[in-house]
Design a protein around this ligand. Structure first.
Ligand SMILES: [Zn+2]
Ligand SMILES: [Zn+2]
Length: 147
């Protein structure tokens, strides 16, 4: 049985180690948080670029470089290259820009949240309608961080 003093020494050492580890974990979480925000911004730009889909109406087209006629029977999102010269530019009809209806926004958009109970930061990769309880303390109250 170690003496109380030895125990205290050991505990003090463990505590120092735990504090050091916590600091490292905090720095890592901060870095990951920044990366998450970056990825979320990219995901948003990606979703916006998807909103511009063009569609070529069916009909007669002509290759821009060799004037080879081309018939499309169905609306198409991408004209196949010219059979004659391989050109990919055609004249004949203007493509229609299709408005892709985005899904209805979620109650809680993707982003960074924090726990109202313990202050832990939680990153949501996707928007949700219902927030899940905090992983750390289990309190089901997350909120947008005040910043
Ligand atoms: Zn051609
Ligand atoms: Zn919490």
């Amino acid at each position: 049985m170690p003496s109380a003093q030895e125990r205290a020494k050991q505990l003090a050492q463990e505590m120092r180690k735990a504090v050091k580890e916590a600091k490292e974990a905090e720095a890592r979480a901060k870095r990951l948080g920044e990366e998450v925000m970056q990825a979320l911004a990219e995901a948003k730009a990606e979703a916006e670029s998807l909103a511009d889909v063009v569609e070529y109406p069916p009909g007669r087209y002509e290759c821009k470089s060799c004037r080879q006629p081309l018939l499309f029977m169905e609306p198409t999102r991408e004209l196949t290259p010219c059979e004659n010269c391989g050109g990919t530019e055609f004249v004949g009809h203007e493509p229609r820009v299709l408005k892709v209806t985005p899904p209805p926004p979620k109650k809680y958009p993707a982003g960074m949240y924090e726990c109202a109970g313990c202050g832990s930061r939680v990153a949501l990769a996707e928007g949700v309608d219902k927030l899940t309880p905090c992983d750390i303390c289990g309190i089901a109250v997350l909120r947008a961080p005040q910043s």
